[in-house]
Design a protein around this ligand. Sequence first.
Ligand SMILES: Nc1ncnc2c1ncn2[C@@H]1O[C@H](COP(=O)(O)OP(=O)(O)OP(=O)(O)O)[C@@H](O)[C@H]1O
Ligand SMILES: O=P(O)(O)OC[C@@]1(O)O[C@H](CO)[C@@H](O)[C@@H]1O
Length: 305
Amino acid sequence: MIYTVTVNPSIDYIVQLEKLTLGEVNRMDHDAKLPGGKGINVSRILKELGQDNIALGFLGGFTGKFVEDTLKEKDLKTSFTHVADDTRINVKIKAQNESEINGKGPQVTAEEVAAFKKQLDNLTSDDAVILSGSLVPSLSQDFYFDLIKLIRSKGAQFVIDTTGESLMKTLKENPLVVKPNHHELADLFGVELNGLDDIVTYGKKLLTLGAQHVLISMAGDGGLLITPDEVYYSAAPKGTVINSVGAGDSMIGGFVGTFAATKDPVESFRYGLACGSATAFSEDLADRAKIDEILPAIKIEKYSK
Ligand SMILES: Nc1ncnc2c1ncn2[C@@H]1O[C@H](COP(=O)(O)OP(=O)(O)OP(=O)(O)O)[C@@H](O)[C@H]1O
Ligand SMILES: O=P(O)(O)OC[C@@]1(O)O[C@H](CO)[C@@H](O)[C@@H]1O
């Protein structure tokens, strides 16, 4: 089974207007309320790909109820730990450019954390856990790392979508895949990356440090897959970007869901790219029809310096 963990889910409140003027009353043209949070987005893409999975994490209050009800309507399997405080609302403003205001998230008590962790007690080597998104304020920065040690002690695989020191620290536990974008990769090593050669050089360091596969996403410039044997590159397919929120999560969902089914990293990369772009070209996350429409446009080539 694949489990996703969204410690800090959200309602994503997407607001569209032609122009945002700070300090004025602005009127929106269109809005949408979507269940959000990185792990939840991964779960939704896995479901589109027909990959059985269970979404875990913390949900609370009327906002948490909205998220849970919406996921149930979409027939997703969930097993959230309920908390007293409200799940956050993240505001995504699409105007002249895209701006996001993400909430801090609810307080989570020690009892709630213990109840959540119990769900990982029965993991086996057939399972994979995808940990994604920010932590809530009451949790220590070591929370993910402690979970990873628990997951690895059961022989299960893990994937973590995080950045900076938290990512570096987890590499020695051999994540199935890591997916920094090219800016995050540069920040990770405190360098400026000029072009694909530089990106590959630093991406390979993540393999050396312990990742099993490295995906580097580059938004409209496509992506790279680095395996111990080869490096692959694909440009992004052309299309009209409608809402790129969740493109990175979709890429992870596409990769992990396909890897679980095929164990083929290149095929997984193909689906990762298609899911990422299909989400960028959709109002909400990609659905299966959009993913299938994009797949033929993905052209992967071996990359050599
Ligand atoms: N403008 C775009 N056009 C085509 N494909 C895109 C575009 N933006 C994203 N994608 C696809 O989605 C993948 C992931 O996007 P991106 O690099 O923006 O991830 P990210 O930085 O983790 O995104 P986010 O945090 O917004 O989810 C890209 O590698 C690409 O395949
Ligand atoms: O605040 P975090 O946890 O880093 O990111 C949360 C978030 O921006 O990530 C998803 C897109 O990747 C959205 O659904 C959600 O609002």
